[in-house]
Design a protein around this ligand. Structure first.
Ligand SMILES: Nc1ncnc2c1ncn2[C@@H]1O[C@H](COP(=O)(O)OP(=O)(O)OP(=O)(O)O)[C@@H](O)[C@H]1O
Ligand SMILES: CC(=O)N[C@H]1[C@@H]2OC[C@@H](O2)[C@@H](O)[C@@H]1O[C@H](C)C(=O)O
Length: 371
């Protein structure tokens, strides 16, 4: 498979479950092995949008169809899409680019509901409006075809992790993304894959910090480093039947509750919730065919030093931030959405039985060309 296809210039737009903002990354790729990384940048959500999204998540609980937009959902979707268009314009200007330089945008949007048991995963984001505003073709709703075909609709980043694995000295390797939720991709020799959400990532820690200190997260793990894990509470949290369940499996942002920790001090709560995320990563090993030689950690959670050392205590072999292999750990998911858009345009698979449980490898995406 040395034949290199046509290289396309793709822009990935990712807004993850942390609801912190929009990550943008440029990638030149043939949708296969050719990867050339361009500039990347993060644009935090304004407080107003963040508050609207928190309300939207509550409203979205009642949805029964991914296309429904009752209540404020339609208004929030339009505001969010306009914001993404403004961010694209800003990103292009900051990097001396014009819309004509970009072949395609891979647009994730914002997940407001993920319930694979009901074949429902809803991302707010209007691809048609984004194409109109930016003058660039858009591929979006990349989870839709997979979930309609009986897959989990998540995680989708594994096919990109597999492409990155070419840079890992020895397989099998695990790519661990610690965002709001945490997900892992195990890449074996010959590109064999296994992927699933491991459990909580930062979401419980973030919510805890916001509630008790008004801070958005446990910066660098400072609070958790001062606290002690409450083993009884941790045991209680780990009784959830998700961890022993075999993959495929994926999670909603709010699948777990921090209630068992409610009596703890701020520092002990942060330490216990970090220990919960790390222990869930440890439990993920039960499902892997072989121990990874290395754990490559991406996503904002890799900046929580307490969490990183707790993860290291729950796995065998090395745990390194993505930067150790030359990757930009803040933008792997945005790059992945650029990569997925190109694969979708080429009709290449983006999900597999081993990543989402879909019956056979599937392509996906909804396409909106420039009007
Ligand atoms: N300096 C830091 N110290 C501790 N945690 C941090 C730091 N910087 C970011 N984070 C954490 O990382 C989170 C953002 O991570 P990231 O952008 O990878 O998540 P996401 O992409 O929104 O989520 P997902 O992968 O679930 O879709 C923040 O909400 C915060 O919890
Ligand atoms: C439904 C949804 O948005 N899921 C996210 C979430 O955040 C992490 C984990 O849960 C993962 O399954 C997924 O995101 C990544 C980008 C993915 O699909 O690969």
């Amino acid at each position: 498979m040395d034949s290199m296809g046509k290289v396309r210039c793709a822009l990935g737009l990712m807004s993850g479950t942390s609801m912190d903002g929009i990550d943008v990354a440029l990638l030149w790729t043939d949708g296969d092995r050719e990867l050339r990384h361009g500039p990347a940048a993060g644009y935090p959500y304004p407080d107003k949008i963040r508050a609207q999204l928190r309300a939207a998540i509550v409203e979205a609980r009642g949805l029964t169809d991914r296309a429904q937009r009752p209540g404020t959902l339609a208004e929030v979707e339009t505001a969010l899409t306009e914001l993404n268009a403004a961010v694209v314009a800003q990103f292009l200007a900051q990097n001396g680019l014009e819309s004509g330089h970009i072949d395609v945008i891979g647009y994730h949007g914002q997940t407001v509901l993920h319930d694979p048991a009901r074949a429902l995963s809803v991302q707010l984001g209007d691809g048609g409006l984004l194409a109109e505003r930016t003058g660039i073709s858009v591929v979006y709703d990349l989870r839709a075809a997979d979930i309609a075909a009986g897959g989990q609709g998540a995680p989708l980043v594994p096919v990109y992790h597999r492409a990155l694995a070419a840079k890992v000295p020895e397989l099998p390797a695990a790519f661990l993304n610690v965002g709001g939720v945490a997900n892992v991709t195990w890449v074996g020799r010959g590109g064999r894959l296994l992927a699933f959400d491991t459990g909580p990532g930062n979401a419980l820690i973030d919510d805890w910090m916001l509630q008790h200190t008004g801070e958005a997260h446990d910066t660098d793990g400072g609070w958790s480093a001062q606290g002690a894990c409450d083993e009884d509470v941790l045991r209680d949290l780990l009784t959830h039947n998700y961890f022993g369940a075999p993959p495929p499996k994926s999670l909603d942002r709010n699948a777990f509750s921090a209630d068992p920790a409610s009596r703890l001090s701020v520092a002990d709560g942060a330490a216990t919730l970090a220990a919960f995320t790390a222990a869930a990563v440890g439990r993920a090993r039960e499902h892997m065919p072989e121990e990874p030689t290395i754990w490559v950690v991406c996503g904002g959670g890799r900046k929580n030093r307490t969490l990183m050392s707790l993860i290291a205590g729950n796995v065998e072999n090395a745990v390194v931030p993505a930067e150790a292999l030359g990757f930009n750990g803040d933008f792997i998911e945005a790059e992945a959405w650029a990569y997925l858009a190109v694969r979708a345009e080429l009709g290449l698979p983006i999900t597999y039985p081993e990543t989402t449980g879909v019956a056979r490898p599937m392509s996906g995406g909804v396409f909106r060309n420039v009007p």
